[in-house]
Design a protein around this ligand. Sequence first.
Ligand SMILES: [Zn+2]
Length: 183
Amino acid sequence: MDVLELYRKTGALLEGHFLLRSGKHSPLFLQTAALLQHPLYAEAVGAALAAPFEDEEIDFVIGPAIGGVVLSFVVARALGARALFAEKAAAGGMTIRPGLEVNPGDRFIAVEDVVTTGASLKKALDAAVRAGGVPVGAAAVIDRSSGAARFGVPFEALARLEAPVYDPPSCPLCKAGVPLKEV
Ligand SMILES: [Zn+2]
């Protein structure tokens, strides 16, 4: 699957000059929601992410809200597993949404749309481990971490993207006078 082509086609990959939430600037911005709004594409992405794990016994899939909710659902559907999600909790961590249960020893994978540092995916994975789950793997649609993201379990991505990220003072797009868009 050419997932980047799917991003382009659905307007989920923007090119220009963007102010990221981290405060840094980038010529590229991915808004996976624009892709996942199409159920058939979402389903195809879910099946592709699930593929490396289809020989494993997986009880549930977990993703960090909001980006990981639809994704968890489509991957879980492909694996015949349950779909859970984690949401932000106090002290910067994440906790499993009340009403969603983890049974001790449940095997799971953690999924996320775009991994940049991997922090949210790791927090969702940790929340499931604290609840008694056993992590089998992690998966992202796009890995932007240049290989830096590690989760202590096999990590699969449908595409790896080397997109530069600049500190504002050294941003060549600022220097070139390209208008900055907040995202
Ligand atoms: Zn800039």
